[in-house]
Design a protein around this ligand. Structure first.
Ligand SMILES: [Zn+2]
Length: 268
């Protein structure tokens, strides 16, 4: 990749990330309000090292501008994973060390390590973290995580995969990211592929996408599936599909074909 190609690639990803953030922050969807939620995208540069853009702390998804994303070295941020209980000073020192533009004055989101952990996975190129009202009703209920387990209708399988990850409540920040890293490693070891969604108890949702389009589709589907589960809970209870139905649907060639469009890999 030449310097110009690298620059053009970064601008393309940044534009997609801004668009995705405005979508996730759009008040009509009720995924986030005020400064809630955060978004990020991976950029591979010519040294083949991983870098990423993450929302700056204190900014708002609905109105975020290009210059309100912080550009960071992924491996430097990952150093925080091995810190047992890092002080605010240590966190800020590592954030500063990871800055690609040392003149950047905005601080990256407090959830920066969480984004680095997710983007470090092959095939995960965009991450969207939101607090949808529908999902938060379920993750803040006593029936969590049972109310989000299994799959209840075909598109939930096509877009969200056959299984999700459930994270018990942990304070947002480094501790939450460390917990998520362990759960992701276990999930990938068992399923040989990363999950599409993580549900965080008393907190919200994380969507992992190969494209910005996929993060949108995952968040929309998780929101819809959550409303259906809330409705079904009051009408005799949620009726999940059987494991056999889920596996049949997940591997049907016509559904696999349709999935390519939802991943944003084929033109509609
Ligand atoms: Zn959050």
């Amino acid at each position: 990749m030449t310097g110009k190609e690298e620059h053009d690639h970064k601008i393309k990803i940044l534009n997609e990330l801004v668009q995705l953030s405005h979508f996730l922050g759009n008040s009509s969807y009720q995924f986030t309000i005020l400064g809630e939620g955060n978004s990020s995208a991976k950029i591979i540069n010519k040294r083949e090292s991983k870098t990423f853009l993450v929302k700056a702390s204190g900014t708002c998804l609905a109105t975020i501008k290009k210059e309100e994303f912080v550009y960071l070295e992924l491996n430097t941020i990952m150093k925080l994973l091995s810190e047992e209980n890092p002080s605010e000073n240590t966190i800020q020192k590592i954030f500063k060390e990871a800055l690609i533009d040392p003149d950047q004055t905005l601080r990256p989101s407090v959830e920066t390590l969480l984004h680095a952990v997710c983007l470090d996975i092959d095939g995960v190129n965009f991450v969207g973290h939101t607090h949808p009202i529908s999902v938060n009703i379920l993750v803040c209920s006593k029936s969590f995580p049972e109310n989000l387990k299994r799959r209840i209708y075909p598109d939930e399988i096509v877009v969200l995969g056959t299984e999700s990850i459930f994270i018990p409540y942990v304070d947002p920040g480094v501790k939450l990211a460390q917990k998520i890293k362990n759960s992701l490693d276990d999930f990938i070891e068992k399923n040989l592929q990363p999950p599409k969604v993580l549900y965080l108890q008393n907190h919200g949702l994380i969507a992992l996408g190969s494209s910005a389009e996929e993060v949108k589709n995952i968040t929309l589907t998780a929101n819809k599936a959550a409303w259906i589960r809330i409705g079904a809970s009051g009408l005799g209870g949620i009726h999940p599909l059987t494991h056999k139905d889920v596996i049949n649907l997940a591997y049907r060639p016509d559904e696999k074909y349709r999935q390519q469009f939802l991943l944003g890999r084929k033109m509609k």
